[in-house]
Ligand binder design. Structure first.
Ligand SMILES: NC(=O)C1=CN([C@@H]2O[C@H](COP(=O)(O)OP(=O)(O)OC[C@H]3O[C@@H](n4cnc5c(N)ncnc54)[C@H](OP(=O)(O)O)[C@@H]3O)[C@@H](O)[C@H]2O)C=CC1
Ligand SMILES: O=C(O)[C@H](O)CS(=O)(=O)O
Length: 480
């Protein structure tokens, strides 16, 4: 890393607006090299509980500010994130491994949520409802839910926090955030800039730790926390939801996916290949909205497979800091083993490797294309979270919709066709929260991001994104 502003590489916890060491530290490792970047404060549950107390104390005054006052501070934070985007991207690539260009894209994506909700802060509207009795008047207002607990994953260590903290702060909540152990530095750098932007002490707290379960238990059990917002696996999301039941805490869950990617025989195949590469290999396949299974109509299957393999062969695997690299390392050995398991299982079910298929040095994995994959193979049933595309052949629209929907997940789905009737039929039939039609990239702050079934609850971003951080209050005035 060659940071212009070295103070962004913060290793202490941000609690109550102060920077704190902890009794112990943990290593943050660069997944591309295996080298230790630095040591970060490994906060105790007591420190987390203290952060919750300070967030609770700060939240009331933060909520008393006008939406415009909160908006101005968020806007300043956005401006600082953009000003320091190159440094933030280097920190992100160092701790997570994604290529620098993708890391810069994530920083701008994360910043776009702060910008969007700086604007939404001024629009927490209510309602006037025509009274039901002559002497009554009815007013509905929206109020911040209070202190929010945030738990986020390693794959988007900046944007996933921004997507939660942006709306929470905009409506007047305070936040206690625990970043993933593997990638705490991006979150801490965001806090450095939040402090400079004037976010009041205690409104934002970043509490790194190595004991995720203990942190989750404290955030879910502590009654000062009124809402948990989580992005990660369905396994952990289910656990957090159970842990929040005791306190009837609101939860927002952005969980695992298993996105189908459908290519119909009337599709623009070159566009479909471009979309498949974007949807499958972004972040080395480590996103919850990655195309996880690719269904191609029989008459164009071979042509699509050839074209896709040609494009995938152009992807360059390597250290994210190297020019031209488009595929970084997977996050750890477990991730590589999951990818290898999916490939082995597919081959055991009669599939063949058309391109790649091999682990490289460290946790790098060749961008891979597998053909003749059966629908029942693991690669079509579980989230692979790696740079492997499994191609499945289909005959009819009805068949492929049934296969696409044959999953407990329902986050994103994609399809390519130029038939307008089919666009509406398939988009409406797909059991997902997000549908990409003739595009492989759907992520934007202006649209509601979220899933159905076991892919989660709630939406992030868009005009809907603040709703999960407010409570609706109905005021009935009598004796008028
Ligand atoms: N929907 C999405 O965007 C994502 C989906 N996933 C899916 O999850 C799989 C596993 O990835 P992984 O990163 O391990 O996802 P996890 O769900 O295990 O981790 C996500 C976050 O939850 C934390 N966590 C883990 N266990 C607990 C717990 N008991 N209580 C509270 N918090 C906890 C993690 O902490 P820590 O990392 O420090 O252990 C991390 O900060 C991936 O292969 C992918 O399928 C993963 C990431 C994002
Ligand atoms: O968690 C993820 O994988 C992200 O939400 C994916 S995206 O928002 O960058 O599409």
């Amino acid at each position: 890393m060659d940071l212009k502003d070295k103070s962004l590489l913060e290793t202490r916890a941000f609690i109550g607006g102060e920077w704190h060491e902890a009794d112990k530290t943990f290593e943050v490792i660069n997944p591309a090299t295996g080298e230790t970047i630095t040591q970060v404060a490994d906060c105790s549950t007591d420190q987390l509980s203290k952060a919750i107390d300070l967030a609770h104390a700060a939240q009331k005054d933060w909520a008393k500010k006008t939406g415009k006052e909160r908006a101005n501070i968020l806007r300043k934070w956005f401006d600082l994130m953009v000003e320091h985007a190159d440094d933030l991207a280097q920190i992100l690539t160092a701790e997570m491994g994604k290529p620098l260009a993708e890391a810069k894209g994530e920083i701008m994506y994360g910043a776009s949520f702060i910008e969007w909700f700086a604007e939404e802060a001024k629009r927490t509207y209510g309602d006037i409802i025509p009274q039901h009795q002559a002497d009554k008047r009815i007013v509905v207002i929206q109020q911040p839910i209070g202190v929010v607990g945030s738990i986020t994953p390693w794959n988007f260590p900046n944007a996933m926090i921004a997507r939660k903290v942006g709306p929470a702060l905009a409506v007047g909540c305070s936040v206690v955030a625990r970043p993933a152990e593997l990638t705490p530095l991006s979150a801490l750098a965001m806090a450095v800039l939040a402090e400079r932007a004037g976010v009041p002490k205690g409104v934002l707290n970043i509490v790194p730790s190595t004991d995720a379960a203990a942190a989750g238990e404290e955030l879910c059990a502590n009654s000062k926390i009124r809402k948990i917002t989580f992005t990660g696996s369905t396994r952990v999301g289910r656990l957090l939801m159970k842990q929040c039941a005791e306190d009837i805490k609101k939860v927002s869950l952005e969980l695992g996916g298993n996105a189908p990617f459908l290519v119909f025989d009337d599709a623009d195949l070159d566009a479909a290949v471009e979309g498949a590469v974007a949807a499958k290999y972004r972040n080395a396949g480590q996103t919850c909205v990655c195309a996880n299974r690719i269904y191609v109509q029989a008459s164009v299957y071979d042509e699509f497979a050839e074209k896709l393999a040609e494009k995938v062969a152009e992807l360059k695997t390597g250290n994210g800091f190297e020019d031209g690299v488009t595929i970084g390392p997977l996050i750890n050995d477990a991730a590589v083993e999951k990818v290898q398991n999916h490939i082995t299982d597919a081959l055991d079910h009669g599939a063949t490797v058309k391109l790649g298929g091999n682990r490289l040095e460290g946790t790098f994995f060749e961008p891979t294309v597998i053909v003749d994959v059966p629908h029942k193979a693991l690669i079509a049933r579980e989230e692979t979270f790696g740079p492997v595309a499994g191609l499945i052949k289909f005959d009819t629209e009805e068949d492929v919709i049934d296969m696409a929907n044959d999953s407990e997940f329902g986050l994103a789905g994609y399809f390519y066709t130029r038939d307008l009737g089919r666009v509406w039929r398939v988009a409406e039939a797909m059991e997902t929260g997000i549908v990409g039609v003739n595009t492989g990239i759907i992520s934007t702050e202006v649209a509601p991001f979220g899933g159905i079934k076991q892919s989660g609850l709630g939406r992030e971003g868009s005009k809907y994104g603040a709703d999960d951080f407010t409570e609706i209050k109905y005021i009935c005035m009598g004796g008028i």
